[in-house]
Design a protein around this ligand. Structure first.
Ligand SMILES: [Zn+2]
Length: 635
């Protein structure tokens, strides 16, 4: 959210209403919404993300050739008479098998073939059926069979494994995804008493996608992992240090370059003095700043093919400007959003290098892992995305290490905040920080809203996965609130807070291109906020009045920056009204199921308007074609 607080009827957040919307007595008020009114913990438990289906970049396959030995010896390399039939042994299937040993004298048999495990497959399982018979009688492992992949021994078997029939052996070899390695069986007998190691139906099955979640091979660089070490000045307003970003090319199209987005350079003069300064780039060659100094191209030393990984590193300096903003300094309090450079996305339409917008968000990033250390004066607190651990630094200083997994951004604050903490019924730790001038009772009230909202949103869309959430309260913000993963800037407004926490799902967990499809996060966050407050949006569509034929709920920020006075009304207001209308078409239960399944199917991934429309259409037998056009939802 990024809009003037005055546009939002804060009265909806009056305490009485809020308590009603959450209490047991609210059943009547919320029944029509099919809205759970009990915390997540009191329910059967929100579903976890369902397992991913096979990724587009990893066609499930079995990669061992002639694993049943029925088609001659190729492509195996084997000692003589290892692959055969008869000899007192029977195959597990078919008529042929491989037998190592069985001679009762000192010798070694080998059986091997080279296998290629496709890149992009997260699951790879080697299996074979093994039958061991022996003439040995001592409980000593005299004769042995070793199974290896590459140089790694997967398992060793001996005459002690002798038994009637075959036993299936299975090993996880996913570590070899993207590699060509040799699969080797070695059977060694000692001087006397035979042991036969009989193998059949050798298989190596690959499946699953590696990057990013959901097997998205369209958007790259994928699975970013950021490591950041920063040290602040005494105020927490200037930070210097180093950042590195590792990534994998998920796309079949080679990746020759990456772009860092330096969003906060919008706030500075370009190019003489930028708030975000990147230098000493390693892992590639930096170009000059583009898109108003908000994009930095780094050409990689060599193009990365699909499944290959790279790392870029750079020195980083951040200078927080004055102003109570998402990147700004209000008195002694610093708000540091969008300051860490993050990787831009290349998708089917190319690189996304959209401009910064002050009316909303331009941000579009893939779920990433962050490890950020913040070395700061002990006298200031640094609420941050992720889970933080403090350790003593040099004299008078503390090193806060914040780690976050599967988040799209990392933000923090720095200042002499006051703080209270609580834990939601669903087990999420919430820390509320506030600047001077806000009462502790207001902070306590906001803590209650925060924990309740997280639980209620969790019960509807799937459990909040990050374990912890921080809120910073400052009534000087010119906007109602601003969402970051596990980190929210907010006025003392329960409505704004419920909205920002809804963004944890709509933008955070379920990603979207916030520049080109702002309704996918804002309308969904406002709709979720209505559900939270038990507001069914009755009649809201009847008040709709379009400014022009070009005005559409699904317009991009390029349009809204040119028509900024209509952004909130249409994207937030008409957008959520459209979703209420969709609920009326589908029915409350089907709508609740739709949103829940939609969240699960895009968990940590990225959604599009077309994908939401398809999911909605699949949830009803009513043809929604006219619904979309009447509601001006295109795409
Ligand atoms: Zn919002």
């Amino acid at each position: 959210m990024r809009r003037l607080p005055g546009r939002r009827p804060l009265g909806r957040g009056l305490p009485g209403r809020r308590l009603l919307a959450l209490g047991a007595g609210v059943a009547l008020a919320t029944a029509s919404l099919a809205a759970p009114s009990v915390p997540a913990s009191a329910q059967a438990g929100p579903a976890k993300p369902k397992p991913r289906t096979a990724a587009a970049d990893c066609a499930p396959a079995q990669v061992v050739g002639n694993g049943g030995f029925e088609n001659g010896t190729s492509p195996w390399t084997a000692s003589s008479n290892v692959i055969f039939t008869g000899g007192g042994e029977t195959a597990h299937s078919g008529s042929r098998f491989a037998r190592l040993g069985g001679l009762g004298r000192t010798h070694t048999d080998t059986l091997s073939q080279s296998v290629t495990l496709p890149a992009g497959c997260s699951s790879a399982s080697l299996s074979f059926w093994l039958h061991v018979d022996t003439d040995e009688t001592d409980q000593v492992a005299y004769d042995k069979l070793t199974a290896k992949i590459g140089t790694t021994t997967l398992g060793t078997f001996s005459n002690l494994d002798a038994a009637d029939g075959y036993v299936k052996k299975t090993f996880d070899v996913s570590a070899y995804a993207g590699q060509t390695v040799t699969l080797t069986f070695t059977g060694a007998e000692d001087p006397s008493l035979q042991t036969s190691f009989v193998l059949d139906d050798v298989a190596l099955d690959v499946s699953g996608g590696t990057t990013p979640p959901g097997g998205d091979s369209t958007r790259t660089p994928a699975a970013p992992s950021y490591t950041v070490n920063l040290t602040s000045d005494s105020s927490g307003g200037t930070w210097t240090g180093h950042e590195s970003a590792s990534f994998t090319n998920a796309s079949a199209t080679p990746l020759s370059e990456v772009y860092l987005r330096l969003w906060d350079n919008y706030h500075g003069s370009c190019p003489s003095s930028t708030p975000i300064t990147v230098g000493n780039v390693t892992g590639g060659t930096a170009g000059s700043l583009e898109v108003g100094c908000t994009a930095l191209k780094i050409t990689l030393p060599a193009p990365l093919n699909q499944g290959q990984s790279g790392t870029v590193g750079f020195d980083l300096k951040i200078v927080v400007p004055s102003g109570a903003d998402r990147f700004g300094r209000d008195g002694s309090y610093n708000f540091i959003g969008n300051a860490l450079p993050v990787l831009a996305i290349r998708d089917a339409s190319g690189w996304h290098l959209d401009p910064y917008t002050n009316n909303g968000e331009s941000f579009y990033s893939l779920a990433s892992d962050f490890k950020v250390t913040l070395d700061h004066p002990t006298s200031i607190a640094v609420p941050a995305t992720g889970t933080s651990v403090d350790t003593p630094g040099s004299s008078g200083r503390t090193v806060t290490t914040a780690t976050a997994a599967k988040v799209r951004d990392f933000a923090w604050g720095a200042g002499p905040f006051q703080k209270i903490s609580g834990t939601s019924s669903g087990g999420v730790k919430v820390n509320v920080y506030w600047v001077s001038g806000i009462s502790s009772s207001s902070a306590q009230s906001m803590l209650n809203t925060a924990t309740n909202a997280l639980d209620v949103h969790s019960s509807r869309f799937g459990a909040y996965p990050y374990g912890e959430a921080d809120v910073i309260l400052d009534n000087n913000f010119w906007f109602g609130g601003m969402e970051y993963p596990g980190f929210v800037l907010d006025l003392v407004s329960s409505t704004a807070l419920a909205h920002e926490f809804a963004h944890q799902w709509w933008y955070g967990i379920v990603g979207d291109d916030e520049y080109n499809s702002p309704w996918l996060d804002e309308a969904f966050a406002d709709y979720s906020t209505d559900l939270y407050f038990g507001d069914d949006g009755a009649g809201c569509w009847s008040n709709v009045s379009w400014a022009s034929s070009a005005e559409k709920i699904t317009n991009s920020m390029a349009y809204w920056d040119a028509h900024s006075s209509r952004y909130s009304t249409v994207v937030y207001g008409y957008g959520k009204c459209a979703l209420h209308d969709l609920r009326r078409v589908l029915g409350d239960t089907a709508m609740a199921t739709l949103l829940r399944n939609y969240a699960q199917s895009h968990w940590y991934g990225v959604s599009t308007t077309a994908e939401f429309k398809a999911a909605a259409q699949a949830a009803t037998s009513t043809d929604l074609t006219s619904f979309w056009s009447q509601h001006r939802i295109e795409g």
